[in-house]
Design a protein around this ligand. Structure first.
Ligand SMILES: [Zn+2]
Length: 323
């Protein structure tokens, strides 16, 4: 008879969806399901997370119940007290004692954390980060963030905010960022920033190939990169600026932390174009003896649509002392 492995319940909360799944200690996901997140107000958002978990637990699947629940959340999370402090892309503007609420509802151990910190823990325990004690998890999607692992430990900072790499300053005369600062990296090199720059500059490049992709959801960073390779002047201008600025900022991070690996995740990284360009930039511009200790800048080996769940599972396993 096949051995049934113990599982935990992982919950990956994003701006538009809630992904719930069972995960075993090897990082296998025997079952997951996607739910819609309610975004109209704070109460309904929290209720939709609880409803998703309740619905998922009622699916006849595993021969045993999950041992704990782990939740990865966008925004600022106090992982020690189990409080979701705030999120900019969901209506969470004041602290929510989410761990206590979920523990009361589901009678299981619960741990919560910021989603990028959770993904970084997934890389550390289940991904390429297993092989090293010093790495940077660089996520470039709609926004930009980084998870920093030094001497085998996730760097959290004073209030769990360490790694807000997208809001490092790269241009003293830069544009306003949604965080309230000026000159941040994110509006220049994130997926959202790249698309916004293409749209803003299109009147100056009326014959650009990219003019054919202006309907909602048609234009992607990958299309911009392909157009750059094909010589489109607008695509070249925007993508070169993104690479030079991200490369510049990444070199600062590498020189400060001396990592042996940079593991890349996020929708903008998936096609590999940005990784190759960043590698070329860093090879030329980074301090040679720091660059020599960098074994590579690589795409995450974890499935892009599962890394959030896997990170949540690490939180759950840690909460019951199984990691
Ligand atoms: Zn910013």
């Amino acid at each position: 008879m096949q051995e049934v492995k113990p599982v935990v319940l992982g919950v990956d909360v994003g701006a538009t969806k809630i992904l719930v799944g069972y995960i075993d200690s090897d990082g296998t996901v025997p079952l997951s399901r996607r739910y819609t997140i309610e975004r109209s107000n704070r109460v309904s958002t929290i209720a939709s997370i609880k409803t998703a978990i309740t619905d998922f637990l009622e699916i006849p699947c595993c021969a045993q119940s999950p041992q704990a629940i782990g939740v990865g959340l966008p925004g600022l999370v106090d992982a020690i007290t189990g409080t979701w402090m705030q999120a900019t892309n969901l209506p969470i503007t004041s602290p929510v004692d989410l761990t206590a609420q979920l523990r009361e509802n589901f009678k299981l151990p619960v741990a919560i954390d910021n989603d990028v910190h959770a993904a970084t823990l997934a890389e550390l325990h289940l991904g390429s980060g297993c092989k090293t004690r010093d790495f940077i998890y660089l996520n470039v999607g709609t926004g930009i963030s980084a998870g920093l692992v030094c001497n085998g430990q996730l760097v959290r900072g004073a209030n769990n905010c360490a790694g807000e790499f997208g809001h490092t300053s790269v241009d003293m005369n830069g544009v306003a960022c949604e965080c309230g600062s000026h000159g941040c990296l994110e509006p220049i090199a994130s997926g959202g920033g790249i698309l916004a720059q293409v749209r803003a500059l299109l009147p100056e490049f009326p014959t650009s190939y990219l003019r054919n992709f202006l309907k909602p959801d048609q234009l992607t960073a990958s299309l911009v990169f392909q157009a750059a390779d094909n010589g489109d002047p607008l695509a070249i201008e925007v993508s070169e600026r993104a690479i030079k600025t991200l490369g510049f900022a990444l070199i600062n991070l590498i020189v400060l932390l001396n990592p042996s690996l940079i593991i890349c995740g996020g929708g903008v990284m998936v096609d590999g174009w940005m990784i190759k360009q960043l590698d070329n930039y860093i090879a030329v511009h980074a301090l040679p003896f720091v660059y020599q200790s960098l074994q590579g800048i690589v795409l995450s080996t974890l499935k892009a649509d599962q890394v959030g769940l896997l990170g949540a599972s690490i939180l759950a396993w840690k909460s019951i002392g199984k990691i």
